[in-house]
Design a protein around this ligand. Structure first.
Ligand SMILES: Cc1cc2nc3c(=O)[nH]c(=O)nc-3n(C[C@H](O)[C@H](O)[C@H](O)COP(=O)(O)O)c2cc1C
Length: 205
């Protein structure tokens, strides 16, 4: 099958794009609004984009509370959700009014960052503290602005619960990072395997 995305005539019952570009890690973004209300929401258009310096991005489908709060405060946290928090991730995605604290709504504990004032999820095994680098609204090939707005942050601090550290590494079966597949499907990264990258000189003997 091949189809052009202009017409999106894939003939399937559901758009396959997000199922194909998967699994996508979930950035559980914590922010504070100018009145001090804590905000929490999951974003699966999320990923790391640089290791040195460490940077992450997420993309918002239009203007949402998270984006407005970051524009005002210039900082945010990303809690990394694990399987045991999946239902709370889902709860925190509710389209609640701006004055709603989604940490409280989801039965989670908000803990203020060390280097940023934004809150993160205390129950998460790890969390990133981020400062705003850029907000980008890409322009499509036809010249129209994308409906999605991308926020890029630099990671200035990282919290790790020692429970997920084994032998000096993050133990993936314990961390069980929650990720989004297509449709309503999720996975938890519990099944892993290792591969060593090839080196040109080694193969030439
Ligand atoms: C697992 C999951 C992933 C999501 N990913 C995104 C995303 O990448 N971009 C987006 O705009 N909304 C996404 N949403 C929807 C937002 O979480 C939802 O609109 C939320 O209410 C936004 O909250 P805010 O207005 O407080 O920022 C996702 C929802 C779920 C459950």
């Amino acid at each position: 099958m091949f189809y052009e995305t202009d017409t999106n005539d894939h003939g399937l019952a559901h758009d396959p794009f997000k199922a194909l570009v998967s699994p996508r890690p979930i950035g559980w973004i914590g922010t504070t609004d100018p009145d001090g209300t804590h905000n929490l929401a999951p974003y699966s258009f999320f990923n790391a984009i640089s290791d040195n310096p460490k940077m992450v991005m997420f993309a918002s489908d239009g203007r949402k509370h998270t984006l407005s709060n970051i524009e005002a405060s210039r900082e945010f946290t990303v809690s990394l959700a694990s399987r045991h928090l999946a239902e709370k991730v889902n709860l925190s995605s509710i389209d609640a009014p701006a004055e709603t604290d989604e940490f409280a709504h989801s039965g989670l504990t908000a803990r203020i960052g060390t280097l940023v004032r934004a809150p993160y999820v205390a129950e998460a095994f790890s969390a990133l503290e981020c400062k705003l680098i850029d907000i980008v609204q890409p322009t499509a090939l036809d010249g129209t602005p994308s409906g999605y707005i991308m926020t890029i942050g630099q990671v200035v601090g990282i919290h790790i619960d020692s429970v997920i550290v084994k032998g000096g590494k993050i133990d993936m079966p314990t961390a069980a990072p929650l990720a989004r597949l297509g449709y309503r499907d999720y996975c938890d990264g519990a099944v892993t395997f290792e591969m060593i990258r090839p080196k040109w000189d080694d193969q030439r003997g």
